[in-house]
Every structure is written in C-alpha cells, then in structure tokens.
Design a binder for this molecule. Sequence first.
Ligand SMILES: Cc1cc2nc3c(=O)[nH]c(=O)nc-3n(C[C@H](O)[C@H](O)[C@H](O)COP(=O)(O)OP(=O)(O)OC[C@H]3O[C@@H](n4cnc5c(N)ncnc54)[C@H](O)[C@@H]3O)c2cc1C
Length: 396
Amino acid sequence: MSAAVKLEDVRVPLGEDFPEIRASVRRICANFQGAYWRDLEAREAYPAEFVKALTEAGYLAALIPEEYGGAGLPLRAAAVILEEIHASGCNAGACHAQMYIMGTLLRHGSAEQKARYLPQIARGELRLQAFGVTEPTTGTDTTKLKTRAVREGDHYVIHGQKVWTSRALHSDLMLLLARTTPLDQVKKKTEGLSVFLLDIGACRGKGLEIRPLKAMVNHNATEVFFDGARVPAENLIGEEGRGFRYILDGINAERILVSSEAIGDARWFTKTAVAYAKQRIVFDRPIGQNQGIQFPIARAHAETEAADLLLRKAAALFEAGLPCGDDTNMAKMLAADASWHAGEACMQTHGGFGYAREYDVERKWRETRLFQIAPISTNLVLAYIGEHILGMPRSY
Ligand SMILES: Cc1cc2nc3c(=O)[nH]c(=O)nc-3n(C[C@H](O)[C@H](O)[C@H](O)COP(=O)(O)OP(=O)(O)OC[C@H]3O[C@@H](n4cnc5c(N)ncnc54)[C@H](O)[C@@H]3O)c2cc1C
C-alpha cells in the first residue's frame, strides 16, 4: 500500500480483472454444485472439502504478505475470489474471515506474534476465522459491550458473552474484543477496549463454552460464553485500550470483501433468472417475454453494475492508501440492495419452483438476505452517509 498516490491518479479496473483467478475459482466451484450445499444444510455441517480446496489453492491466504507465506495479493484480487465463489452458486461464509481477520494481527500485532501465527495461518494449519465482537445485549452499540478482560499477573481473565460468532467451532483462534477499562473510567467510550488472540482449543472447557446457534442459513453461527477463560498477556494485540481503533482499521477491508460476495450473488440470481425466464413457457410463450418478469431482472442487473463500479472504486482507494470509508459504506449498501433485488426477481421468476430446494434459489435468497444485516446493517450505513458524508446531525 502506498500513501503517496493522488486521488486523480487512482485507476479502477473495469471488466473481468484477474481473469486467471476468476477461471481457477470457477473450476474449483464447479466441483461443489447445489447438491453439495443442500446436503450440508440438511446436516447443518461445515463445508470442510470446499474450504480444503480453497486453502490448497492458496486463496484463503491471498492477503497474507509473501514474507509470511501468503500470496501477497491486493484486496481487489481477494474481492474477485469471493465474487466468483458466490457467482458460482457457492458460499464463502464458512471461510471468508480466514482472509481478513488476520489483517488486525498483520497491522497491529508484534513482530513475534506475526512470525508465530501468520505462516501457520497462510498454510491453513491454523484457522483464524472467528471474530468475537457482537454481544446479545448491546448490538450495534459496540463500545457498550460488556465482556470484560481483567489483567491478573501474566494473563487476562475473560468474563462475558458473545453472540453470532460465526465459525467459532471451526476455528483455532478467535479475535476477541473485550473491555479492559470500565466505561465509566475512560474519557472517550471508544477507549478502554482491547483485542486479544484467543486460543479456542486451550480455553474450551476452562471458562469458554461455545454453543451452536440455529439460524436461517448454514453459517456455523455460535454463542460464546466466557466464565474465567484465561488468555496469556502476550496474546494482547497492540496496546491495551486501543482495540476499538484496531477493529475499525480492518472494517473497510471486511466490508469490501463481503460486498463482493453480494455482487457475486446478484450475478448468480440474474443469470439463473434469465435462463429460467427464457425457457419457462406459460400461456404459450416464454415468461421472460412479459415485462412484469423481464423488468425487475433488468433493473437488478443495472443496480448490480452500479454497485460493482462503486465497490471497485472503494477497493482502488483502499489499495492506494487513501480514505475509502465513504465509498466502502455506500458500496456495501448498494451491493446488498442489488443482490436482494436480484434475489427477489429470481424468486418471483421461478414462481412455485422458487420454493423447491433443488433449484437453490430459495437457499441463495435466504443467504443473500444476510447482507442487509451483517457485517453492518443498511440503517447504520444510511446513518453514516447522513452524518459523515452529508454533515447532518448524528441520528443516534
Ligand atoms: C448469520 C450472522 C453471522 C454473524 N457473524 C458475526 C461474527 O462472526 N462476529 C460478530 O461479531 N458478529 C456477527 N454477526 C452479528 C452482526 O454483525 C449483527 O447482527 C449486526 O451488526 C446487527 O447488530 P444486531 O443484530 O445486534 O442488531 P441491533 O443493533 O440490535 O439492531 C437491530 C435493528 O435496529 C437497527 N438500528 C439499531 N440502531 C439504529 C439506529 N440508531 N438507527 C436506525 N436503525 C437502528 C439496525 O439497523 C437493525 O436493523 C452475525 C450476524 C448474523 C445474523
């Protein structure tokens, strides 16, 4: 990343950038068709074979610098990988965080921490894909989170609870945000929060309990309970009390990557809807000949193209080291809306068959609904635009 680039010198790639990566990801995904995902969902199982294939191809280590054994690719390349996975009808939710959670360690970890963990994460021997931020009682109001980490000698002792911690049962490590200084003892509410790299295996059964959380999609969600789990002080990332800032630093990358999945979903829905609209004959003509069927698909396609363009801009700004929060947030919302509208059009185009599991439309429709909520909800993006971009009073 170079901070010297001027805004007018930033270039945004159009068309099918990273074509070799796209072709290779499509080849991998061709081995994981709809039946694979339907079977997993019926068993509430983890897509271990799919994750293994992506790991072996090096894609989950795309963003880890070469000196630590990763591919050292730009953020846009990682975005392309995730877009293609979703455009192929697959879902990267089981492993996408392995790509970006390590960014906090990379940017703010000590040289010793990076040398110890990053090469193993790059090889896929260590899974760092659990991210413990959201809590049941505080929701989006992150700085009020209640999980406490109290220093006792050379350890921190954790008490509290997280919810919606995806993949915690399929991860060796968790990036945990906890309060180290009580809220009433800090000048700013964003201070006094710290980030830890928690060894899940070492803590389970010793003050750490993880319970699966049944959900609308097979996202391996969990609830996490801390009752005296002990984390070595050497696993604190960066400085104590500055954790909120560290998490914010990683948020743009996460949002750009997750938005690319929404773009991929939108493309799958559009392709699937168009194919069905052309071949399904009702009243002696293809249903796609009716404007009521054709226009929602056409509108969703236009929305997808617009969202994709803004998302590419956000990624290019990120790569250039320029402020990218505004474009990232707007692209996140537009990509989520485009995929939802494309999903709705695809469902409606399929009529009753949209409800048939074997078509995969209802699965993708349920999956893509998540982008309206996580990792940031549409309302909170609108609040950001209103306040930070347009300068209106803070709405919350
Ligand atoms: C499948 C799934 C996986 C997830 N994975 C993870 C994970 O791995 N790690 C993790 O930490 N979290 C995870 N999350 C949590 C996710 O990030 C949160 O659900 C999301 O940020 C919204 O927070 P909340 O559910 O607490 O909603 P709340 O904060 O309770 O908000 C509820 C609703 O009210 C709206 N709202 C709240 N305040 C305002 C306001 N001031 N103005 C307007 N509207 C407002 C919100 O937009 C939302 O629609 C996951 C969630 C799901 C569903």
